[in-house]
Design a protein around this ligand. Structure first.
Ligand code: SF4
Length: 187
């Protein structure tokens, strides 16, 4: 999507280009906001709610949110559960394999901040945002599928407010300091 970013920046700089850019933004944001294909990254008990969310009762398909097991086919990673320091490199690697533009939802207290492992644990990452750029946080232990549904809608709203001129590509590289991927030694 780097080409789309370049087109956006070019249009933004060109005289009268903002008219075309606004129309193009509306079209691209409409398409992206209505087809957030999801990488289900269940790492602990919150994954049960993530699995429940994929059943017909909640009907995520109506939002275009299809679960896909392949990181190269998805737009959104939903990290549901505790991320241990040993698991962190695997989650990071899958994230790196997702094409730009991409978004991240942290589902559950553990993914948001370490949850019940916030204190007194040397094995747990204190929130996915220590190594991924999280767009939407869902609190709860565990959150229900309805909360995930709300998060998908909030994300769609956020996507619709973005412009290709802002160059979302490689946003993660710009926002985050380089995080250590190797698990730390136990004290
Ligand atoms: S937030 Fe609660 S339910 Fe979710 S992974 Fe942590 S302990 Fe389990």
């Amino acid at each position: 999507m780097a080409v789309v970013d370049s087109i956006g920046r070019g249009l933004d700089a060109a005289p009268g280009g903002d008219v075309v850019l606004t129309t193009l933004d509306a079209l691209i944001d409409w398409a992206r906001g209505h087809s957030p294909w999801v990488m289900p990254m269940g790492t602990a008990c919150c994954a049960m709610e993530l699995i429940a969310a994929s059943f017909a009762k909640f009907d995520f398909d109506r939002h275009g949110a299809f679960p896909r097991p392949d990181p190269r086919h998805v737009d959104v990673m939903v990290v549901a559960g505790t991320v241990t320091k040993k698991m962190q490199p695997a989650v990071q690697r899958l994230w790196d394999q997702m094409p730009e533009p991409k978004w991240c939802i942290a589902m559950g207290n553990c993914a948001v901040s370490g949850g019940i492992f916030l204190h007194d644990s040397y094995t747990v990452v204190r929130g996915v945002d220590e190594f991924l750029p999280v767009d939407v946080y869902i609190a709860g232990c565990p959150p229900r599928p309805e909360s995930l549904q709300d998060a998908v809608l909030q994300l769609a709203k956020k996507i619709r407010s973005e412009s290709i001129a802002e160059g979302r590509t490689h946003r993660a590289d710009l926002l985050l300091p380089e995080a250590p991927c190797e698990p730390e030694e136990a004290p």
